[in-house]
Ligand binder design. Structure first.
Ligand code: ZN
Length: 300
C-alpha cells in the first residue's frame, strides 16, 4: 500500500468499483444470491475492545463483549472518508465507522471513545498498514515536522487493566462501578466525578470547537477546559452545569493537570502515545497520535 499517491489511489477506487459492478452482474445470473447481490464476501476482523465490554449499560449490544467485528475497508468507505463536506462537519469518521461495524444494532454515538480509537486504528492498519507519517506541530514552538508512528505499537490502557498502576493514584481514585469514577483532587480537595466520553460527546466537542473557530487538530491542550466540562459529571456531588463550569474555570492548574493525567490513565483506550522530540527547540514529551487526514490517506 505504501508508495502510492492520491492519484493512483483514485485509479484504484475506479478499478474496485468496476469489479463490484461485474460481481453484481454475475450475481444476477445466479438464483441463490444474498440480498446485496454480491457474490463475494467482504472480509471481517475482530478488534479487541479496550473497555473489554465493561462500562456499557444493560441492554447495550457490547455489554460484556471483549471484541467487535468490523468489515475491511472498501472503496465506498474511502469515498466516505474523502467526502470534503462530511469531513468539514467532522462526520466522515463516524459514518465510516458505522459502515464497517457488522452488528447494525451498535451505534457509533454510544461507543466509548477508547473503543472507537481501537476500531479506527485496526481499520487503518488492515487498510493501509501500520506506518503512519504525518505532520505534527510542536506544542512549545509550533514548528511543524514530519513524524512517523507505528500503529501496532499501542497498548490497551485503563483502570481495569493489569498494567494500570493503581498505587500511583494514592487512594484518590474510586471506581463507582457504574461507569463513573470519583477523583479527589490534591490541591483543592474537591472531589470530581468523571464519566467516560462517547462518540456523541466527541462530536459535540468537535462542533463546539468549530463554532469557536478553532482548528480541531492542533492537539488536546487547546481544548482542555471544553473537554473537562464534557467528562466531569459532578463536582462535590453536584451535577449542576453552573457548578461544573464554575469549578473548571477556577480550578488550580496543578489540580487540572492531576485530573487530566488521572483521567487519561483510568479511561479505557488504545493508547498510541509515542515519544516526541522537537528538533527545533528541544522540547520533548509523550504525544498522542494525531488523527489527521493522513491517517486514512497516507502520502507514502
Ligand atoms: Zn519545538
Amino acid at each position: 500500500m505504501s508508495g502510492r499517491n492520491n492519484d493512483e489511489r483514485t485509479g484504484a477506487i475506479e478499478t474496485n468499483v468496476g469489479d463490484s459492478t461485474a460481481a453484481v452482474q454475475a450475481a444476477t445470473q445466479q438464483p441463490n444470491q444474498n440480498q446485496s447481490g454480491l457474490n463475494f464476501v467482504v472480509p471481517t476482523e475482530f478488534v479487541e475492545l479496550p473497555s473489554g465490554g465493561k462500562y456499557y449499560t444493560d441492554g447495550h449490544p457490547l455489554q460484556g463483549q471483549e471484541t467487535i467485528e468490523i468489515k475491511f475497508m472498501t472503496a465506498k468507505d474511502e469515498d466516505i472518508l474523502t467526502s470534503r463536506s462530511l469531513l468539514k462537519k467532522g462526520l466522515a469518521i463516524n459514518r465510516f465507522l458505522q459502515n464497517i461495524i457488522v452488528n447494525k444494532a451498535i451505534k457509533v454515538d454510544d461507543l466509548l471513545v477508547g473503543d472507537k480509537n481501537a476500531m479506527l486504528t485496526a481499520a487503518r492498519v488492515s487498510g493501509y498498514g501500520a506506518d503512519y507519517v504525518t505532520n505534527t506541530t510542536c506544542p512549545a514552538c509550533t514548528t511543524q515536522s514530519q513524524y512517523e508512528f507505528d500503529l501496532n505499537e499501542g497498548n490497551i490502557t485503563g483502570f481495569h487493566t493489569e498494567d494500570c498502576d493503581h498505587e500511583a493514584f494514592d487512594g484518590r481514585v474510586t471506581d463507582n462501578k457504574d461507569g463513573t469514577f470519583n477523583i479527589a483532587l490534591p490541591k483543592s480537595e474537591v472531589t470530581v466525578t468523571v464519566r467516560m466520553m462517547t462518540g456523541k460527546d466527541e462530536m459535540k466537542l468537535a462542533e463546539s470547537l468549530q463554532n469557536k473557530k478553532k482548528k480541531s487538530l492542533v492537539g488536546h491542550d487547546t481544548n482542555m477546559t471544553d473537554q473537562m466540562r464534557t467528562y466531569i459529571a459532578a463536582v462535590n456531588g453536584s451535577s449542576q452545569m453552573t457548578h461544573i463550569i464554575g469549578f473548571v474555570n477556577a480550578m488550580p492548574a496543578s489540580d487540572s493537570r492531576f485530573l487530566r493525567k488521572t483521567y487519561q490513565a483510568i479511561m479505557p483506550n488504545y493508547d498510541l502515545r509515542q515519544h516526541f522530540a522537537c528538533e527545533a527547540c528541544g522540547y520533548d514529551q509523550d504525544m498522542e497520535v494525531p488523527f489527521t487526514a493522513d491517517f486514512f490517506w497516507p502520502k507514502q
